[in-house]
Design a protein around this ligand. Structure first.
Ligand code: PGA
Length: 271
């Protein structure tokens, strides 16, 4: 049998920092530690940390942990700035299934982050203003001094934010069309796949790659296959997350289930 050369690459780049935690809760606590350390550092500008936030099931436990630490007065978002990766379009921000509403419920309304210091793409933006909105979003990231730490999940199809397979490595914030697997994964939140918006506004891979540090997080056995392809397969636009592998500040945090299809090597350290 002739093996697909692309699929045959099964080594991990030893320069990628990968931590495998025994449990999802352990992984989420470690991610919360990284965010807390970034908050305390004040970011490279010294004017407050600039965080890149993500939505989806993966970061919810991280935000719950950050809220607990905030309530215990162990950390503050008072000086911080934050940008969210993406939002469905068209979708009013008030819609309960919007990423805007999810971020408010899970974090923004529960900690001392100044709402004026938080940006998320506007799913209610009229079509004829989208390009301008995307340019403004990029400009705001730059104006804050750039992202100190960008939190990232990974979709079952390898997307990061809503950069679906085929997305360019140097892409910027823009409107994109969502692919079938992504629509299916969102169906439960919208009460059926027919209600999921077909498009989204997303930071591009190029925007994301300008962050000083990237924290890619995956939890659960349903992510094991794509994590293996993203980290140990070929770097290809077919698996957008694989295009971030060369980033010098990339760190990957997994639970054991999500790490199950990684080739064994010394780079994967137990937490
Ligand atoms: P999830 O989504 O955290 O809900 O699995 C991840 C993603 O699609 O980026």
């Amino acid at each position: 049998m002739v093996r697909d050369v692309k699929a045959a690459k099964t080594t991990l780049d030893p320069s990628i920092r990968i931590t495998v935690c025994d449990t999802a809760e352990g992984a989420q606590a470690l991610v919360a530690d990284r965010i807390a350390a970034t908050l305390v550092s004040g970011g490279v500008t010294g004017h407050g940390a600039v965080l890149g936030l993500a939505t989806g099931r993966t970061p919810r436990g991280v935000y719950a942990e950050l809220v607990r630490r905030y309530e215990r007065r162990e950390l503050s978002f008072g000086e911080a700035w934050a940008f969210n990766l993406d939002e469905y379009w068209p979708l009013p921000p008030e819609h309960p299934a919007s990423f805007t509403a999810a971020m408010r419920r899970d974090l923004v309304d529960r900690v001392d982050l100044d709402p004026e210091h938080w940006w998320i793409p506007d799913g209610g933006c009229p079509e004829d203003r989208l390009a301008e909105h995307a340019r403004e979003f990029e400009a705001r990231v730059v104006a804050t001094g750039g992202l100190d730490l960008q939190l990232l999940g990974i979709g079952r199809n390898g997307h990061v934010a809503f950069n679906e397979p085929g997305s360019p490595a140097d892409g910027r914030t823009r409107k994109v069309e969502l692919q079938a697997e992504t629509l299916e994964d969102a169906a439960a939140a919208f009460g059926g796949v027919e209600w999921v918006p077909r498009s989204a506004i997303t930071m591009g891979l190029g925007t994301i790659a300008r962050a000083r540090r990237l924290l890619l997080v995956a939890l659960g056995s349903h992510k094991a296959g794509i994590v293996g392809r993203a980290l140990a397969g070929s770097a290809t636009p077919d698996v957008p997350a694989s295009l971030l592998r060369g980033h010098p500040g990339l760190e990957v945090i997994l639970d054991r289930a999500a790490a199950a299809e990684l080739p064994a090597q010394e780079g994967a350290l137990p937490a």
